[in-house]
Ligand binder design. Structure first.
Ligand SMILES: Nc1ncnc2c1ncn2[C@@H]1O[C@H](COP(=O)(O)OP(=O)(O)O)[C@@H](O)[C@H]1O
Ligand SMILES: [Mg+2]
Length: 399
């Protein structure tokens, strides 16, 4: 229950923008928010009732966080599944459960688990050497994708092998740098026509709800734009949402998960879930609130962040619904020319009718996520034009 004199307390491992946006929703409900992060000026620090400055594998500090919280959750896959599992054994409530995190952290185990539950994924293989890699590729056809099992993000853990003539030295160097052939695996290359995702939530009462399917545009591996709803046939969207609900159940997830999928044309040969010549394959799952769900703060009756808080505290979930016909979210990204203190010039952008979110990161490094902007309206084409306008007006300067 939400008592003002005895507020519910949530502990979050990670104080980045996801932690901050979780904290904002928790604060709206007057909960106590405890954060653990290595940096004392992390984005969520301004909202934390208690900030524990410690590393993500500091077992003692994470237990301290658990001790002061009714539930602990995490905003990063880098959270330590062993530490969280040992806290569960001591009786602390960890959501999503440590075993779900452990499976998702290892992309090979993730694919294996989804495949076993009849969820469509691209064919995947263990690989033991460069010769083995090419023999797999000859049997399924080039190109193939070589992926690191753990710790990859923003496209940095993948390489596409286009043919036998590809630089084998480069491939071997990639594998060696990531701990050898046991640390990687191979996937069939999917010539997708769109990348979409679905935010899905599940509570311990096995209540499951899914947000609308959204369409994602990446720029060099980093999310640039999310378009809501995805421009795909209705039957396909229905299937994508159903698949996302199957995914969270298959992983026994509790909380909000982001499920990334490929839409391919004529996918029958690829064994995907088919609809009118299209097929859907799950690419990867995030066991946490997801960048492609940020639009829900402004465009939905309930944001992914409040939904997550409800799910991890065994409170009722709400069937998500759009409050407008369409939304477009664009990320505000740093660039390589600014390393250090920066300012975002918002004068021009603020003249446009849009919802601006600034994360408050003091330092930029490369293409860091610094904020996002959501446009709401009736006409998607108009929103996309405004989004282009905003992008050209956005300036980042070194200070
Ligand atoms: N099997 C595949 N076929 C084609 N493209 C892929 C495949 N796997 C990944 N990609 C592309 O690479 C991007 C990053 O891969 P992903 O597995 O999602 O890693 P990350 O954890 O870095 O997001 C995807 O968004 C997609 O564009
Ligand atoms: Mg991805």
């Amino acid at each position: 229950m939400l008592y003002m004199n005895n507020p519910l307390r949530i502990g979050i491992v990670g104080g980045g923008q996801l932690g901050k946006m979780l904290a904002m929703e928790a604060k709206r409900l007057s909960m106590r928010v405890n954060i653990l992060d290595p940096s004392d000026d992390c984005p969520a620090s301004m909202l934390a009732d208690e900030l524990i400055v410690a590393g993500f594998n500091d077992a003692e500090a994470i237990e301290r966080l658990a001790g002061m919280s009714d539930v602990i959750t995490y905003e990063i896959e880098l959270a330590d599944a062993d530490i969280l599992a040992s806290l569960e054994r001591k009786g602390y409530r960890v959501r999503p459960p440590a075993h779900a995190l452990r499976i998702v952290q290892d992309k090979f185990m993730q694919k294996y688990t989804l495949n076993k539950s009849n969820i469509p994924v691209a064919e995947f293989f263990k690989v033991s050497s460069i010769d083995d890699l090419h023999s797999i590729a000859r049997s399924i056809g080039y190109p193939i994708v070589l992926k690191v099992r753990k710790g990859g993000y923003d496209g940095r853990g993948n390489i596409v092998v286009k043919g036998y003539d590809d630089s084998n030295d480069k491939i071997v160097r990639f594998v060696d740098a990531r701990g050898g052939w046991d640390s990687v695996y191979v996937e069939r290359f999917i010539p997708f026509i769109k990348e979409v995702s679905v935010i899905v939530a599940r509570s311990s009462r096995d209540e499951v709800v899914a947000y609308p399917v959204v369409e994602n545009i990446h720029d060099d591996g980093i999310l640039d734009t999310t378009i809501v709803p995805a421009r795909i046939p209705e039957g396909l969207a229905y299937k994508a949402r159903r698949i996302a609900m199957d995914v969270i159940r298959a992983l026994d997830g509790i909380g909000v998960f982001g499920v990334e999928m490929f839409i391919a044309k004529d996918g029958k040969s690829m064994d995907g879930e088919c609809e009118d010549g299209y097929s859907i394959l799950v690419n990867e799952v995030a066991p946490r609130v997801h960048n492609t769900g940020h639009y829900s703060i402004d465009a939905c009756n309930i944001s992914q962040f409040e939904q997550h808080i409800r799910a991890i505290l065994d409170l009722p979930l709400i069937e998500p619904r759009m409050l407008c016909k369409a939304a477009v979210m664009i990320n505000i990204l740093g660039n390589d020319s600014i390393n250090g203190y920066y300012a975002i010039e918002l004068e021009k952008v603020m003249r446009i009718d849009a919802r601006i979110h600034i994360y408050g990161k003091r330092i930029n490094k490369g293409r860091r996520k610094l904020g996002h902007i959501t446009l709401l309206g009736d006409d998607l084409d108009e929103l996309l034009r405004s989004a282009m306008h905003i992008k050209s007006a956005l300036r980042l300067v070194s200070v």
